[in-house]
Unconditional design. Structure first.
Ligand code: SDX
Length: 378
């Protein structure tokens, strides 16, 4: 039982004042800068949403054009950066490669001082522009393929698919990925965003802030869940096996990946939209047999744990979208990171406008007043 002062995981404890995104966990609502996620998913695009998150307002046509052009101008990787990524072990996880290459990218950049508005804004577009390129470069190298340079005629989502395959993406595939990036772009004070704010509060540079947040997102309780969902589903032979699978996982006090949330106590609104996107892709590209298992799994888990507020979260259906787009399973979390970079940088910028270094307290439960005992007397 936690002592009165201690709140495990800081559950519900405000760590900052923010105007970037808002969640209503009981009603299943999410909004970025006051605009509902449903409306943004339907009417906006990832590059516009990224600028909205960072600067707070929907851009004018000129502002949107300028921001998109800056993102395209900032996709380039030097030969030395490509050598860094080539040198990473191909059997390593793409999230580890992303964390390492983001830190290295910062070493090559001069835009590191948040106090200089020009450097701050330069770092923001450099990091958002380069993230997809870092992910695609590692994917190509570990597959024994050559790097495919970014195509300036394509927006962020379409260019990412281009850099993975060297083929201009199907418009539906590009649009679906663009919406998935919108859905993952921000989510109030989640663990990786909190990490970004903590590291930023020490006045570390923005590349280090993002590399730290990538590390936090790697964990299977956070961003890494989307990869685990598909791997879990692959162990279930058919819908008739689902009850035993759930029973087995719960009997060992295990977690069902893609379910539950610290804030949402109903189905994550992003899961609702991602499920719809998955079905849209199935109509065009063919159904995935695992999808029926997933729908049955949702029914089974909600029937057993729904009373505890456990429902599908953003990670439960995202994997169906990404695998239908031909994206390798262990690249799912890097895609989450590509999207969330806009949120991390929006929070970093907000934190630095009125910064105080994070330094929480603790409840001490250790010993007091002990005297040293020489080792030959122990
Ligand atoms: C993301 O914070 C964000 O906003 C994150 C995110 C974002 O956009 O940034 O939304 C993205 O990280 C989504 C979550 C992805 N993670 C998973 O799908 C992993 C599985 N989920 C669980 O680990 C869990 O639900 C968490 C981590 C998401 C939330 O954990 P909490 O709030 O700390 O809840 P808890 O672990 O204290 O669980 C409360 C109870 C426990 O049962 P009791 O001990 O009270 O009997 O609910 C149970 C838990 O055992 N429970 C689950 C469960 N989640 C909670 N039981 C089985 N399977 C689960 N998934």
């Amino acid at each position: 039982m936690a002592t009165p002062e201690l709140v495990p995981g800081l559950a519900g404890i405000p760590a900052a004042e923010s105007s970037i995104s808002y969640i209503d966990g009981q009603k299943g609502l999410l909004a970025y800068r006051g605009y509902s996620i449903e409306e943004l998913a339907e009417k906006s695009n990832f590059e516009e949403v990224s600028r909205l998150l960072v600067h707070g307002e929907l851009p004018t046509p000129e502002e949107h054009e300028r921001f998109s052009a800056l993102l395209r101008e900032n996709r380039g990787l030097s030969e030395r950066m490509l050598d860094v990524i080539r040198a990473l072990p191909g059997n390593g996880h793409p999230m580890d490669a992303l964390q390492a290459s983001m830190a290295a990218l910062g070493m090559f950049s001069r835009a590191r001082d948040y106090r200089d508005p020009a450097q701050r804004d330069e770092a923001i577009v450099r990091i958002i522009g380069a993230m997809p390129v870092l992910v695609a470069a590692f994917e190509r190298f570990r597959s024994g393929e050559d790097f495919i340079p970014p195509d300036p005629s394509l927006d962020t989502a379409a260019n990412f698919l281009w850099m993975l395959t060297g083929e201009k993406p199907d418009p539906l595939a590009a649009r679906v990925l663009d919406v998935a990036l919108i859905l993952h772009a921000d989510h109030t004070m989640n663990a990786s965003t909190f990490t970004a704010r903590v590291v930023g509060s020490t006045e570390a540079d923005p590349f280090t802030v993002v590399a730290s947040a990538v590390g936090s997102l790697t964990g299977p309780l956070h961003g890494g869940a989307n990869e685990r969902v598909l791997r879990d589903l692959e162990t279930v032979s058919g819908v008739e096996e689902v009850p035993d699978f759930v029973e087995g996982r719960l009997a060992t006090k295990g977690k069902l990946m893609g379910f539950g949330h610290r804030v949402y106590k109903v189905k994550d609104p992003r899961a609702v939209i991602l499920q719809g996107l998955a079905r849209e892709l199935f109509e065009k590209l063919g159904r995935t047999p695992l999808y029926d298992v997933a729908v049955r799994l949702e029914e089974e888990v909600v029937s057993r744990l729904g009373h505890k507020g456990i429902h599908p979260n953003v990670d439960f259906y995202s994997g169906f979208v990404y695998s239908k787009l031909g994206i390798p399973v262990d690249d799912f979390t890097p895609i989450f990171a590509i999207a969330r970079t806009s949120g991390w940088l929006a929070h970093w910028r907000e934190q630095m406008q009125d910064n105080r270094i994070f330094r929480p307290g603790q409840v001490y439960s250790g010993e007091h007043g002990r005297s040293y005992v020489p080792i030959d007397q122990r």
